[in-house]
Design a protein around this ligand. Structure first.
Ligand SMILES: [Zn+2]
Length: 321
């Protein structure tokens, strides 16, 4: 079994999946021409498209693939209404691509009918295409599902695959994900090591896929929700409600992480570097809570020390006020 990544769009990965006799499928060919060019270079003819989920940057090339490869089978999850699908699959359904046995694993959370494709061929290490459910060091945004669904998809379905299973995800998000992992799991040396490696790979223009289930169990915060460090980062309320709520709290924090950090540093930069503005801001600084995130009263209100967390908590309180 061979798997060839084809970078498409801004940061997506499509893949070619090939059995030992040359039977071939494309996974998420969002830019059909690019994927077909890569297939032609390898002398491959595609019989099948495997679609992980309905979003345009994964399924958006399906109709064009059908035009360019008449008769091609397009697979998609039955609960995702995938564009162009000619065969809809359910959880646990098995397909074959030549000698490769493909098991469809429904993993709701990012979308309702997201499918991960587990591929096995004798003589090769198993591989799983995880789309936008499991990333290197992260997981997809919870769009149409719930944290509980995402928890089950990640921790009961993907994390229980054999640790050597190679994981091929839908986006090159590894550095950002691992930076967040280092933030919420600060004493984990495996995260630091993987982050340094991922940065070096990207600096050389190289991809960071595949990962393995074993590597993700050691580094991915969403597969480590039971660990004390992650529970602490998720906050006390999440801790009391169990592992799925830890996952939900971490993922929600990741959603606003970049925004909070940018906002806080912008406010601090303005206050610090522009003296006249700083004078104008002098009055603001005496009563504007968002400029007082380092003060004990605000820290106490937010139940957090880090000014980024304090700002986020105060802003959330204002939203609900
Ligand atoms: Zn998506």
């Amino acid at each position: 079994m061979r798997i060839l990544p084809v970078p498409v769009l801004e940061d997506n990965y499509a893949y070619l999946l090939v059995d030992k006799h040359g039977s071939a499928a494309a996974v998420d060919p969002a830019e059909p021409q690019k994927v077909l060019d890569a297939a032609r270079q390898e002398g491959l003819e595609l019989s099948t498209v495997l679609t992980t989920h309905k979003h345009w940057d994964h399924a958006g090339g399906n109709e064009k693939m059908k035009q360019l490869c008449p008769g091609i089978t397009v697979i998609g999850g039955i609960n995702d209404h995938v564009q162009g699908a000619t065969r809809e699959v359910r959880d646990g359904e098995r397909l074959s691509l030549g000698d490769i046995a493909v098991t469809c694993i429904e993993t709701p959370g990012h979308t309702n009918g997201h499918i991960c494709f587990l591929c096995r061929e004798e003589g090769s290490t198993a591989a799983v295409f995880t789309g936008d459910t499991l990333f290197v060091g992260g997981c997809g945004r919870i769009f149409s599902g719930t944290p509980e669904q995402m928890y089950v998809s990640l921790n009961k379905k993907l994390a229980t695959l054999p640790p050597e299973t190679q994981a091929y995800c839908g986006h090159e998000y590894s550095v950002k994900n691992l930076e967040f992992a280092a933030y919420v799991d600060p004493d984990n040396p495996a995260v630091k090591e993987k982050l340094a490696w991922a940065k070096a790979q990207r600096a050389q223009g190289k991809p960071t896929i595949p990962s393995s289930i074993g590597a993700e169990l050691a580094t991915n915060p969403y597969l480590r929700c039971g660990e004390p460090a992650l529970r602490a980062s998720a906050g006390r309320a999440a801790d009391a409600r169990g592992a799925a709520s830890v996952l939900g709290a971490l993922r929600a924090r990741k959603d606003r992480w970049g925004i909070d950090a940018a906002l806080t540093s912008a406010v601090l930069a303005v206050a610090r570097w522009v003296p006249s503005l700083a004078r104008l801001l002098g009055a603001e600084k005496t009563f504007n809570p968002f400029l007082r995130c380092d003060r004990p009263a605000l820290q106490k209100f937010a139940g957090a020390k880090d000014p980024v967390d304090v700002l986020a908590a105060v802003r959330r309180a204002k939203d609900n006020f």
